[in-house]
Design a binder for this molecule. Structure first.
Ligand code: COA
Length: 258
């Protein structure tokens, strides 16, 4: 595992840290591969209930390493999936909730990846920018669809066309970020949110996340899809534990179910 991406698992929370502060955590292919592996392996690891993606003091990430980009541009047409795509697919397909904790700079893919996380907490000194057009590039990894959907077209154009820099409050107001904290409370807040999720019924969380990520379909189709899952959950040991806990006026303990 690359030292430029630290991976720690404790208390059912896997924390994946971009750790290249001298280069503003600019992401190289090796870093994408390491982060992809950490997310992929979380799916089959029962000791992981939640993942946190974070950076270092004052820097989430300055985006793709521009030197790496020019020297080894990803070839999306080749048979071998480039590491950046592997990483974004790992994030997209992560079955467990992913919380991003952003302190300071989030640039380029550092913003794009937030659209694929489940919850985002940012420090009050976080800044967000997608300078793709400024670099004569284009939006990536479905941000041209997700940003207009989340923010509305006009607001998405601030980031994707104008290349505006958003501060944490603007990011909160637009729905990019869930919560803003002082920088010294960021890790604690992300861990607090992760611990809340980690104590919940894992299969219910997984099913709920998958439903929220399903492509748009007719309301009736969605009702049917939800009903099937709801009925399965009603038969699950987790529901039995949740119901027993309610009746016994205690907190549920899903850990004992394995
Ligand atoms: N790729 C490669 N290296 C990067 C980088 C990137 N995306 N972002 C920063 N770095 C490197 C700098 O080259 C510099 O390296 P050096 O010390 O060897 O010269 C080091 O990180 C520190 O960056 P610096 O520019 O000196 O810090 P700063 O605080 O003045 O500015 C940024 C920080 C992030 C605003 C500025 O570096 C920047 O604009 N980076 C490019 C961001 C970008 O466009 N990303 C999108 C890519 S698609």
């Amino acid at each position: 595992m690359s030292e430029l991406v630290l991976v720690e698992t404790a208390d059912r929370i896997r924390t994946i840290t971009f750790n290249r502060p001298e280069k503003k955590n600019a992401l190289t292919q090796d870093m994408y591969s390491a982060a992809a592996e950490a997310l992929d392996s979380a799916n089959d690891d029962p000791s992981v209930r939640v993942c946190i993606l974070t950076g270092t003091q004052g820097v989430f990430t300055a985006g793709n390493d521009i030197v790496d980009f020019t020297q080894r541009p990803p070839n999306f047409g080749e048979h071998d999936t480039p590491p950046v795509r592997k990483f974004m697919l790992a994030l997209l397909n992560c079955q467990k909730p992913v919380i991003a904790a952003v302190d300071g700079l989030a640039i380029g893919i550092g913003v794009t990846l937030l659209l694929h996380c489940d919850l985002v907490v940012a420090s009050d000194r976080a800044v967000f920018k997608t300078p793709f057009v400024d670099l004569a590039l284009a939006p990536e990894f479905a941000s041209s669809q997700l940003m207009p959907r989340i923010f509305g077209h006009a607001v998405a154009a601030e980031l994707l066309l104008l290349g505006d820099t958003w501060d944490a409050n603007r990011a909160r107001e637009t729905g990019l970020v869930n919560r803003v904290t002082p920088a010294d409370k960021l890790a604690e807040t992300a861990n607090f949110m992760a611990a809340i999720l980690a104590a919940k019924a894992p299969s219910s969380l997984k099913a709920s996340k998958a439903l929220m990520r399903q492509p748009v379909e007719s309301i009736e189709d969605r009702m049917d899809r939800e009903n099937t899952i709801f009925a399965n959950q009603l038969q699950s040991p987790e529901f039995a534990e949740a119901a027993a806990a309610f009746l016994e006026r205690r907190a549920p303990d899903f850990d004992k179910l394995g």
